[in-house]
Structure formats: structure tokens, C-alpha cells
Design a protein around this ligand. Structure first.
Ligand SMILES: Nc1ncnc2c1ncn2[C@@H]1O[C@H](COP(=O)(O)OP(=O)(O)O)[C@@H](O)[C@H]1O
Ligand SMILES: [Mg+2]
Length: 244
């Protein structure tokens, strides 16, 4: 299988991305020159030891953290050229995020958690779409429950519904099964891949679970703020073997 590799079709393009923070103890180099291209519809697993920069790289892709060096292009936009309003619009139009800790609003029902962000984004049919989104993750019977009345797995389903209803081109997931037991985590993963597949969503999935990373098209490995393996060689070898 051949994949387009032109810059035009690249959905994520990190070019020499650095992030340095100045702490009391001196400068800390968190990202040390990341170069990474992701094509539309690709599913990329991100692995690496704790503290290697995985979450920070994701925040940079989401436009939630500004790098101190290099260029970040996502969905055709150079994020460095956008002001805060521009970044907010960029996120609204292109990015969905799922966190390990769900990050639902405790005072809003499941339905409101999914619908309100859509409504803020100007969708007239926010509540209808939220209802179908929650149906798609098997929560039609939990619409009026508050997060505190839902299990961890159910809360993560709400978070998945919230991320997908806006139909992002890029879905970023930071250890989405990290707070769940193995069985529940597996269900969430099935749902995540299924939703991404059906919509052709590009998936960047940070995980400690090698079997999860194996389900992706390739695995990017970070170490100490650097990409030590972008997974392309392993993928090329898999495709060569499959082609024999
Ligand atoms: N706001 C911050 N201030 C100082 N150090 C930070 C900050 N955010 C992250 N770090 C440091 O950057 C490194 C990478 O963090 P992170 O991206 O969360 O790693 P990972 O997700 O791979 O565990 C860690 O050493 C962490 O302590
Ligand atoms: Mg992390």
C-alpha cells in the first residue's frame, strides 16, 4: 500500500519543534526538536517513558501549548501565526481531545457535557447531535445522569461522544484507558477505533499499552523530549512482508 506523502496532504507537520521552560532551577528542555508528519486518516500510537514529553507534544498539536521554537502545522494552518482567538477557532473546527481523567463538567448532565460545547461553537442542533453522539457510544439511557452518577467507563464514553460530535479531523487521546480496568478499557478502545474509522478521523493515541499501540498504523517513540523512532521503518517492513 502506498501513502501520499506530500506536504499538502499532511494533517500534522511538526518541524524542529522545541519547548523550553524557564524554571527557578534554570531552563528545562521539554521538547528537543520534534519532526513528525502524520497523514490524514492515519492512526499513530505514541509511546515512551513517563516524562518523555508525550502529553506536551499533544498539547502542542492541539494549539494548547506554544512551542518556543520550530513550526507546527495542523490541518493546513500554521499555529504560530494564530492569536488566541484563532487558536480557539482552530481547536473548535479541527481538534477533539480525550484525556485520561475524562475532564467532564460535574455540574452538567451527560447530554449537556456533549451539547454545550457544540452550542458554544454555534451549532443550532447541538442537543440533537449530542443525543445521537451519546447513542453511538451506548449511553442513550444515561442522558440526564451527572458524571458523579456514572462509572469511569461511562464517563469516558461521554468524553468520547463529546470529542467526536464536533467531527474533528484530528482526535488526540492521552492515555484514554489509564483510569479504567482492563475490560472497560478494551471496550473504550474498540469504540475509539470504531468512531475514528467510520469518520476517517486521524488518531494520535498516547498509551502505555503495547497492544494498543500495535493496533495503530505506526508507533512513534519518545525519549527525553526527542522522537527516537517515528515508526515508519517498521511500517514499511510490515507492508513489504504483507506484499510478498
Ligand atoms: N508546565 C511545566 N513546567 C515544568 N515542567 C513541565 C511542565 N509540563 C511538563 N513538564 C515536564 O516536561 C516533561 C515532559 O512531560 P510530559 O509531556 O507530561 O511527559 P509524558 O506525557 O511523556 O509523561 C516532564 O519532565 C515534566 O515534568
Ligand atoms: Mg503524559
Amino acid at each position: 500500500m502506498s501513502r501520499p506523502d506530500s506536504v499538502e496532504s499532511t494533517i500534522v507537520d511538526l518541524d524542529e519543534v522545541h519547548l523550553r521552560l524557564d524554571s527557578a532551577a534554570g531552563p528545562v528542555n521539554i521538547l528537543r526538536g520534534l519532526n513528525l508528519r502524520i497523514q490524514p486518516g492515519e492512526r499513530v500510537g505514541v509511546v515512551g517513558p513517563s516524562g518523555s514529553g508525550k502529553s506536551t507534544m499533544m498539547m502542542v498539536m492541539a494549539g494548547l501549548e506554544r512551542p518556543t521554537g520550530g513550526t507546527v502545522r495542523v490541518a493546513g494552518q500554521d499555529l504560530g501565526r494564530l492569536d488566541e482567538d484563532g487558536l480557539a477557532r482552530f481547536r473548535r473546527d479541527h481538534v477533539g481531545i480525550v484525556f485520561q481523567a475524562f475532564h467532564l463538567v460535574p455540574t452538567m448532565t451527560a447530554l449537556e457535557n456533549v451539547a454545550i460545547p457544540l452550542e458554544f461553537a454555534g451549532a443550532a442542533d447541538a442537543f440533537d447531535r449530542a443525543r445521537s453522539g451519546l447513542e453511538a457510544v451506548g449511553l442513550a439511557h444515561r442522558l440526564s445522569h451527572y458524571p458523579g452518577q456514572l462509572s469511569g467507563g461511562e464517563q469516558q464514553r461521554v468524553a468520547l461522544a463529546r470529542a467526536f460530535v464536533a467531527e474533528p479531523s484530528l482526535l488526540l487521546a492521552d492515555e484514554p484507558t489509564g483510569n479504567l480496568d482492563i475490560g472497560t478499557g478494551a471496550t473504550i478502545v474498540e469504540l475509539l477505533f470504531d468512531l475514528a474509522e467510520r469518520r476517517g478521523t486521524t488518531l494520535v493515541l498516547i498509551t502505555h499499552d503495547p497492544s494498543l499501540a500495535d493496533r495503530c498504523d505506526r508507533t512513534v517513540r519518545l525519549m527525553d523530549g526527542r522522537i527516537v523512532d517515528d515508526g515508519l521503518a517498521a511500517r514499511a517492513e510490515r507492508e513489504r512482508v504483507a506484499g510478498d
